[in-house]
Design a protein around this ligand. Structure first.
Ligand SMILES: C[S@@+](CC[C@H](N)C(=O)[O-])C[C@H]1O[C@@H](n2cnc3c(N)ncnc32)[C@H](O)[C@@H]1O
Length: 242
């Protein structure tokens, strides 16, 4: 029988996602978190939700800095991996970001292109509404998305990326306002096929969505060193909402 799970349930739950993206590692997470925390000046022991947290690379580092962390993710394998790092002030559990949050936080972090996966605009709004209602008064939402304009301009339609002894055959295209990546590879002569499908969400789209849920944009950055956002040059679109 065909696997009916959506692309994001399949791909992110594999070990191969982590092999292909092994440069998106603890070092990168720590650099970004160091800069972000210095900028936000959040008091120690603040309650932070990292959603989705993946294997917990940002959450674990933030907890080491003295913050109280919850990491949540749809992928059971990622959560099981992260759980080995749990302690009294660091917890991980599975959660779908489209579902209501039962607790309130001083800050919610949505990091490394963890938005725009779904088929309907309503689902983006639902996620933003959940984030908003999960924030304490004056709480902060950080959303770190890909700069879609630069990604589209610099799109490499076809390439082979070799990582961890695996040749990943990658094809990229923009279709129906989604940035699509086809990923194929062979392991022991078995062919694996996955895709990534990210909505082409621009800053102006985020502005209109945030208005709908009454979140205010406070700052916008263009990379993990928190350089100003430039539509042509920046790799990231990092938005701080309150
Ligand atoms: C690109 S990864 C980023 C993970 C993490 N923020 C990091 O930087 O390592 C996206 C994550 O989103 C999770 N995810 C996908 N759809 C989700 C959903 N509906 N609710 C919660 N997590 C989801 C995936 O399982 C995956 O771990």
């Amino acid at each position: 029988m065909e696997n009916q799970d959506s692309w994001y349930q399949q791909w992110f739950n594999t070990q191969y996602y982590h092999k292909l993206y092994d440069h998106r590692n603890d070092k990168e997470a720590e650099l970004f978190m160091e800069n972000l925390i210095a900028f936000l000046n959040l008091p120690k022991k603040s309650k932070i939700l990292d959603l989705p947290c993946g294997r917990g690379r940002h959450a674990i580092y933030l907890n080491n800095l003295g913050y109280h962390l919850t990491g949540a993710d749809l992928s059971i394998n990622n959560i099981n991996y992260a759980k080995r790092f749990e302690n009294n002030t660091l917890h991980f559990h599975t959660h779908d970001m489209r579902d209501h949050l039962s607790e309130k936080y001083d800050a919610i972090f949505n990091l490394f292109t963890s938005f725009g996966y779904f088929d309907y605009e309503d689902e983006n709004i639902k996620v933003l509404q959940n984030f908003k209602s999960g924030l304490r008064y004056n709480g902060i939402l950080v959303l770190d998305f890909i700069n879609i304009n630069k990604a589209k301009t610099n799109l490499i339609p076809k390439e082979i990326i070799t990582k961890n002894d695996i040749d990943f055959y990658i094809k990229r295209k923009v279709e129906n306002n989604y940035l699509k990546k086809e990923i194929k590879f062979n392991i022991n002569e078995k062919l694996y096929e996955f895709e990534e499908k990210i909505q082409c969400l621009t800053l102006s789209k985020f502005k209109s969505m945030s208005k709908k849920v009454n979140l205010k944009i406070k700052h916008i950055f263009g990379d993990y060193n928190l350089k100003p956002f430039d539509e042509k040059e920046s790799d990231r679109l990092i938005i701080i909402f309150q």
